[in-house]
Design a protein around this ligand. Structure first.
Ligand SMILES: CSC[C@H]1O[C@H](OP(=O)(O)O)[C@H](O)[C@@H]1O
Ligand SMILES: Nc1ncnc2[nH]cnc12
Length: 292
């Protein structure tokens, strides 16, 4: 049986987690570049944990420059089985109020300035992201957050924008009224796509910090207001994380939704046409299928 290792990617306002036994910041080398920061490893309730601050401690990386491939590769390399992304977001729904959490289950990817795949010339692969998050993991987060006293909504479409500027009013209205997005942020794509390519279960918990710019009773998005809401939210996020090990357990059965087998039928390039240099970089992400 595989051992569970919960990987938490902390977004804006979340630069560490507390309560880990044997806590240690570990530098992980990746052939996909340098991850956002060292990774905090340890155990919580007997379950292995790994925490990576998405923007780096001190908030160094912008949403565009976050090294998404290095981050996902480094987590996979460490043995992470389940990735929980905790992110700040704006809300397009009156009832998803600042301070609330949302279990994201769909994305609209409007990012354009980022590397979005581990695969390419010399090893082409196409995975499905029709259902980009893991329902089992999302359910565990929902229960953990509820138990922690958080108001959490089960399901929502996250519009991933490039940023770093916030949306114009016209964009905000279009995303909400025509595209049916529920929340907006700048980082969950390509992160979720890369996690799927790396055969990692991925759940995204979006912590609402503002109403973006569409809401007639709220002003423009303002980082100061976001930070204030984040201060309250980040403690709730930590409380949710503390409850996850008990819900997920130390031993992990295969994912019932197949996240951990996403590459079974994905690779198109004939074995004799594959680029050895790219295959070497894919050792952690796709070693299961490339060495079989
Ligand atoms: C601090 S407001 C904008 C910033 O916050 C969110 O970051 P993350 O998703 O890492 O929590 C948003 O995506 C923007 O990067
Ligand atoms: N309104 C917003 N738009 C994009 N990213 C955000 N992160 C937090 N609030 C946001």
């Amino acid at each position: 049986m595989t051992q569970t290792m919960i990987g938490v990617i902390g977004g804006s306002g979340i630069y560490d987690i507390d309560g880990l036994e044997g806590a240690d910041w570990t530098e992980v080398q990746s052939p996909w570049g340098t991850p956002s920061d060292a990774i905090l490893t340890g155990t919580l309730g007997g379950v292995k944990m790994a925490f990576l601050p998405r923007h780096g401690r001190g908030h160094v990386h912008s949403p565009t420059t976050v090294p998404y491939r290095a981050n996902i590769d480094a987590l996979k390399r460490l043995g992470v089985t389940d990735v929980i992304s905790v992110s700040a977001c704006g809300s397009f729904r009156e009832e998803y109020a600042p301070g609330d959490f949302v279990v994201v289950d769909q994305f609209i990817d409007r990012t354009f300035g980022r590397e979005k795949s581990f695969f390419g010339t010399g090893c082409v692969a196409h995975v499905s992201v029709a259902h980009p998050t893991c329902p089992r993991l999302g359910e565990a987060c929902f229960i953990a957050a509820k138990d922690a006293g958080v108001t959490i909504h089960n399901g929502g479409t996250y519009l991933a924008m490039e940023g770093p500027q916030f949306s114009t009013l016209a964009e905000s209205r279009m995303y909400r009224e025509q595209w049916g997005a529920d929340v907006i942020g700048m980082t969950n794509m390509p992160e979720a796509k890369l996690a799927r390519e790396a055969e990692l279960c991925y759940a995204s918990i979006a912590m609402v910090t503002d109403y973006d710019s569409w809401h007639p009773d709220h002003g423009e998005v303002d980082v100061n207001d976001i930070i204030k809401t984040l201060m309250g939210n980040s403690e709730k996020g930590r409380e949710m994380v503390r409850r996850l090990p008990a819900l997920l357990g130390a031993e992990r059965a295969p994912c019932p939704h197949g996240c951990d087998r996403a590459l079974d039928f994905a690779i198109m390039t004939a074995p004799e046409k594959r680029d050895p240099a790219l295959l070497a970089r894919l050792d952690a992400v796709a070693g299961r299928v490339l060495t079989a």
